[in-house]
Design a protein around this ligand. Structure first.
Ligand SMILES: Nc1ncnc2c1ncn2[C@@H]1O[C@H](COP(=O)(O)OP(=O)(O)O)[C@@H](O)[C@H]1O
Ligand SMILES: [Mg+2]
Length: 335
């Protein structure tokens, strides 16, 4: 089966010498949702711009459904729907007018434009708003309109760069609900870049973790999380008898690694909490011990990233706040 995206030995050095990609290899199977997850500056947008033929690589190659992006650009573009990181709409036009302009740019035959536009506006829950200026759209509506535009020529591959940047959780869920619904119905492949680990975790079938121009790990979300110590559990037990050693009790339990004990509290890790917890409860019951408090910290992709790079993937709230401000400015400017 031909790959939706095949990237080999990709290097990009920008004029001025910044090496944004330093040998990237990727295989994206058809029909899956593939996330490129990495912090700001990792090289995600650079990779996406090369895949979508907007930028030339310094070395290596990219093929989209077997078509080389360097030599068969127009074939590649006809197969891809692309939603850029920055806003790509005219804010002083209505949603419908934006779609109409893009339908002409994309060469959609004039006799089918109206039908395609109306169907997509309906699908994206934008029909009611379609005759209003984009200027007054919310961030989520803007994203949904951009996705509708990217889907007009029925692409086999949808490429999204930070699709939900600056959106609140409800708007993010709605955007993703629409994307996944469409993807299922038309067996479309999705390739998206994000620095939100929860977004990659929740929606992607497969993830490539990117840092400083290289892929540092790849796999299904569960596979990636198995690279770290696993789920961490803290138990606070009630009324510990001085003669009882928690350490002794817990060291008999299979499948856990004790991280810390402190009086009546124990912290341990396990690769599979749903399998280990029943055994623990049984052991505690046998020893007449009761749980007073339980905290479960499930492994995240951030844990994986920290283990591999020593850096956090997720940014502090300030980062998100800045993004929201930037997004609003872009909307106002209509750029
Ligand atoms: N047009 C450009 N000219 C020079 N350097 C660039 C350009 N675009 C991006 N870079 C640099 O390349 C690196 C990767 O950027 P980018 O691909 O935008 O990463 P990401 O999308 O993961 O945040 C960064 O160091 C960035 O500053
Ligand atoms: Mg980017």
């Amino acid at each position: 089966m031909v790959l939706a995206i095949e990237v080999r030995g990709l290097v990009k050095i920008y004029p001025g010498g910044i090496k944004a990609l330093n040998g990237v290899d990727l295989d994206v199977d058809e029909g899956i949702i593939y996330a490129l997850l990495g912090p700001n500056g990792a090289g995600k947008t650079t990779l996406i711009r090369i895949i979508t033929t907007q930028l030339r690589q310094t070395d290596g190659y990219v093929k989209v459904f077997g078509h080389d992006t360097s030599t068969q650009g127009s074939n590649v573009r006809s197969l891809i729907g692309y939603v850029p990181q920055e806003m790509s709409l005219w804010s002083d036009l209505t949603g419908y007018e934006n779609m109409l302009i893009y339908s002409k740019i994309y060469g959609i035959p004039s006799n089918s434009r109206k039908k395609i536009i109306e169907e997509l506006l309906e699908f994206m829950d934008l029909r009611e708003a379609s005759n209003r200026m984009v200027r007054i759209y919310s961030g989520g509506m803007i994203r949904r309109l951009e996705i509708a535009i990217a889907l007009m020529h029925r692409p086999r591959l949808l490429v999204l760069d930070e699709p939900t940047i600056g959106l609140d959780p409800a708007a993010r869920r709605l955007v993703w609900g629409k994307i996944t619904e469409y993807c299922k119905e038309y067996n479309m492949t999705i390739f998206f870049a994000t620095h939100y680990m929860d977004e990659a975790d929740r929606y992607a079938n497969y993830i490539a973790l990117m840092n400083r121009g290289i892929i540092i790990a790849r796999g299904k979300p569960e596979e990636l999380k198995q690279n770290v110590e696993g789920d961490r559990i803290t138990l606070k037990l009630s009324s510990i008898d001085d003669n009882i050693s928690i350490l002794n009790i817990f060291s008999e339990i299979e499948g856990i690694t004790i991280l810390k004990t402190d009086g009546d509290t124990i912290e341990f890790s396990t690769s599979n909490v749903s399998y280990t917890l029943p055994k623990i409860l049984e052991k505690l019951f046998q020893n007449n011990l009761k749980i007073y408090e339980i905290k479960i910290h499930e492994a995240t992709l951030d844990d994986v990233f920290i283990k591999l790079t020593g850096r956090r993937l997720s940014e502090e709230e300030y980062g998100r706040y800045r993004e929201a401000i930037t997004m609003r400015k872009m909307i106002r400017r209509g750029s």
